[in-house]
Design a protein around this ligand. Structure first.
Ligand code: MSP
Length: 534
């Protein structure tokens, strides 16, 4: 359904939230970022032009207070965290983002001022007063009804339901965006585009929220100065969420590069955690409507990675960092595990035992072992030169059909539905089918049959296993680029078929593409046994 430039004649544009740099990245941040990376790699493999954006949210009270607590300026703090923590982790996790936006960059701040000025000029912004409970963790006014009663050290105080820390009463004279006027148009949007917010549970929550009636949104702050000045009243800074949401426009040329902007904006998918769904599904489209800009195709909310029944956050991480997991399991398995184990959109708990179990059964035993025994047998029986399949029959046809099915299903589930777990399950089912095929064909027994017929069957079985691995390498490469690259090398595929990155999903499910005669080598073990690791 896609052409070479994407379904709407321009780039397939995927974003992650831009993360607060008050601390280093944790498993929860990495979860959304890896999902975005896999989705964008998948679309690149379809031959589409893709823009994958991530970045950092650097203004607001939360960052300012953290910097103060560390005795450095907010800018120094952000620079340090971005360069020493955030960017290095994304490189380590093989995140192939096309751009990285920081909200303190001039390309962003100048354009945010223009956007807000434009809203002001259109009469969408007015001056007013507001008093209410504010959560600095969320950087958001809360409605009194959603607060929790504190206990223990917070006895007698009201708590934010997400952070479970006390809210602060804020009273401010500032500028307001007429958000309340957009309720009816937003409800029309959700009704007309049922896929605009996903999953459905998230959509229903947003609809209920908007149906209750929207309040105007306070979009400036005057009690601190770490933010972008309001252009017509520099005593105020722009509310950090208005500043942050605009990254999706400023990064792709809003107000600066009209050609690039038209080619990229709006986003096909904004990936967000469900904690920040309302900002993306309510405030962001209303801001765009007010400014006459096109709306994104889809806001996809991922669930939370949980620890002890609560959202994983910097305060309850139980000491597990992404790097500890990659040290033990490797980067490929790390990227695979969370997407495979947690159905996208639902909450999931991390468990060391579950990770180890899936690593061993799905990656080491099923996938890794298939790759190593196939290469070993081509080496042993054919001197490492892939033979031709001259005696193919129904068993081989079943494999070819299985690969075609797995490719189509993975493409629909991962590329369209963002059902990473389901798409990976389809490919892993095929891996098991190939293992079952080898067990049933018993090529190690056929190898003892020196007849011409026996030799032809042996060649056919090993060719078929290698050809199946060719398809598997392409289909799993967006998730596990390192291991699949090693497999591609081991199959000797590159000289004949080109680089793995240039393989296309629509062709991956075909059969007979790996030419006989390629040199198959038993390369590095893709997923070493865990006990062999330190
Ligand atoms: N800066 C805002 C986002 C602005 S986007 C215009 C923000 N930043 S954040 O650092 O708090 O990161 C929030 C995002 O990180 C979540 O929306 C989610 O995508 C991801 N996650 C953080 N903790 C998470 C879990 N425990 N589980 C899953 N994802 C989590 O909010």
């Amino acid at each position: 359904m896609s052409d070479s430039t994407g379904t709407r004649g321009h780039s397939y544009y995927v974003t992650t939230p831009i993360y607060y740099v008050n601390d280093r990245p944790h498993l929860g941040h990495a979860y959304t970022t890896v999902a975005g990376d896999v989705l964008s790699r998948w679309h690149r493999r379809r031959g589409e032009q893709v823009c994958f954006l991530t970045g950092t949210d650097e203004h607001g009270q939360k960052i300012m207070r953290t910097a103060e607590a560390h005795g450095v300026s907010p800018q120094e703090w952000c620079d340090r965290l971005v360069e020493e923590e955030w960017k290095p982790l994304w490189r380590h996790l093989q995140i192939a983002n096309d751009d990285f936006i920081r909200t303190t960059e001039e390309r962003h701040t100048a354009r945010v001022q223009e956007f807000v000025q434009d809203l002001y000029d259109r009469g969408e912004i007015y001056r007013g007063g507001y008093e209410g409970p504010y959560c600095v963790g969320c950087e958001e006014y809360k409605s009194p009804g959603e607060l929790l009663d504190g206990s223990g050290e917070f006895e007698g105080r009201k708590l934010c339901p997400i952070h479970r820390t006390p809210v602060e009463m804020l009273k401010e004279e500032n500028y307001f965006f007429r958000l309340s006027a957009y309720g009816p148009r937003l409800l029309e949007l959700y009704a007309a585009e049922p896929g605009f917010v996903q999953p459905e549970s998230a959509r229903n929550e947003v609809v209920r929220f908007v149906e209750q009636g929207l309040q105007d949104l306070s979009i400036s702050r005057s009690t601190f100065d770490w933010g972008i000045p309001v252009p017509w009243d520099p005593g105020h800074v722009i509310y950090v969420w208005v500043d942050a949401l605009l990254n999706y426009a400023t990064a792709v040329g809003y107000g600066a590069d009209p050609e690039r902007f038209a080619r990229t904006f709006p986003a096909d998918v904004h990936l967000v955690g469900k904690d920040i769904l309302r900002f993306h599904a309510v405030i962001w489209p209303a801001m765009l409507m007010a400014n006459g800009l096109p709306l994104p195709e889809r806001i996809a909310a991922n669930g939370w990675l949980m620890v002890g029944g609560e959202k994983m956050s910097k305060s309850n991480l139980t000491g597990i960092s992404p790097r500890q997991l990659t040290d033990h399991f490797g980067v490929d398995a790390y990227r695979y595990y969370f997407l495979r184990a947690v159905p996208f959109g639902t909450d999931g708990s991390f468990s060391w035992e579950d990770f180890a179990a899936r690593y061993t059964s799905e990656l080491a035993d099923d996938f890794g072992n298939l790759a190593s025994r196939t290469a070993a047998m081509v080496g042993r029986y054919f001197g490492g030169v892939l033979p031709a399949a001259t005696a193919a029959g129904p068993a081989e046809q079943a494999l070819a059909d299985g690969l075609a099915r797995a490719a189509a299903e993975a493409d629909e589930r991962i590329g369209e539905q963002l059902d990473f777990a389901g798409g990976l399950a389809a490919v892993l089912d095929f891996v098991r089918q190939v293992n079952g095929y080898l067990s049933a064909q018993e090529p190690w027994k056929t190898a003892k049959d020196g007849s011409e017929q026996g030799r032809a069957r042996l060649a056919t079985v090993l060719y078929s296993a290698a050809e199946a691995l060719r398809g598997i390498a392409v289909l799993l490469s967006p998730v596990m680029p390192g291991a699949c690259g090693l497999l591609w090398d081991s199959l000797g595929a590159e000289p004949q078929l080109g680089a793995l990155a240039d393989q296309r999903i629509p062709e991956a499910g075909g059969w007979g593409l790996l030419p006989a005669g390629v040199t198959v080598t038993k390369g590095a073990v893709l997923f070493p046994r865990l006990e062999e690791k330190s």
